[in-house]
Design a protein around this ligand. Structure first.
Ligand SMILES: Nc1ncnc2c1ncn2[C@@H]1O[C@H](COP(=O)(O)OP(=O)(O)OP(=O)(O)O)[C@@H](O)[C@H]1O
Ligand SMILES: [Mg+2]
Length: 245
């Protein structure tokens, strides 16, 4: 089992869009794939049209009142399952702060999901005890970055957090997201960051076909399979596979 976390300290950078589209491609490649929606916004759950079966399910999963295996639900797509989020996901940090081995709780829960080839964690933005759990549990942290000053500041904060806390920085794999070719700043920032090897070569441009996932409530490939946006996610997925699997 390989665990990927779609993570950034910053919100609205394309984590969920990538979580859904990469999971879809993994499933199409016949990897048994599970998305775990850890964000109380529940955007991944929305895109896959799945809702939690139990009241306060996320909270109950972390309290081990429900087995994670039982929380995984079928999606409409072959080889793709999801543990949906509900609003109780907003309380994970409080719950974690009250338990033993609180930095490794997520890792121990994920150990029960070995039947899956790939688990993709759709993470809320931030940097908290939940995120430390994510950093410990994930084999790879896939971090979308918009090539702007503020976004790069947040990348540098995460990078410094890894250094300061003795976390394994080789897990951190970044890609550019929402790239706007008309903006010189985007080009300049990308050139600067391609010099170190933390960033994937392939990136996701700002494209309205991706935005339409919200209207269509579907992975991109279901309504725009031959679009440029779909090709960009395919290229990124090939690179992720080559580097990480
Ligand atoms: N490449 C893209 N081009 C255009 N729009 C995009 C792209 N990627 C994502 N979006 C849109 O931008 C918004 C934020 O994207 P998304 O939800 O994937 O980000 P996020 O990082 O998961 O946000 P949050 O931090 O709130 O969880 C959504 O409306 C989405 O449809
Ligand atoms: Mg999201």
């Amino acid at each position: 089992m390989t665990i990927f976390a779609l993570y950034n300290l910053k919100g609205g950078v394309g984590k969920t869009a990538a979580a859904i589209n990469l999971a879809y491609l993994a499933a199409a490649d016949v990897y048994k794939t599970l998305i775990w929606d850890l964000d109380p916004q529940g955007s991944s759950s929305f895109y896959l049209k799945v809702q939690a079966n139990n009241k306060n399910e996320t909270k109950k999963l972390f309290a081990e009142e429900i087995d994670v295996k039982d929380a995984a639900q079928d999606s409409a797509f072959e080889n793709l399952w999801i543990i949906p989020a509900d609003i109780s996901a907003r309380n994970i940090d409080t719950l974690l702060s009250d338990i033993k081995h609180s930095k490794r709780k997520l890792k121990s829960l994920l150990a029960n999901l070995k039947e899956y080839d790939i688990v993709i964690l759709d993470c809320p933005p931030g940097i908290s005890l939940l995120h430390e759990n994510i950093f410990n549990a994930a084999d790879y942290i896939l971090m979308p970055n918009i090539p702007t000053t503020l976004s790069i500041n947040s990348f540098e904060m995460v990078s410094a957090y890894f250094d300061d806390n003795g976390l394994d920085k080789s897990k951190l794999k970044c890609f550019f997201s929402m790239v706007d070719h008309r903006k010189n700043l985007h080009h300049e920032v990308m050139q600067q960051f391609y010099r170190d090897k933390l960033f994937f070569k392939n990136y996701i441009p700002y494209l309205s076909d991706v935005e339409k996932m919200g209207i269509n409530q579907q992975p991109l490939f279901e309504y725009a399979n031959s679009s440029y946006a779909a090709q960009c996610y395919r290229d990124l997925w090939h690179e992720v596979k080559k580097v990480c699997l």
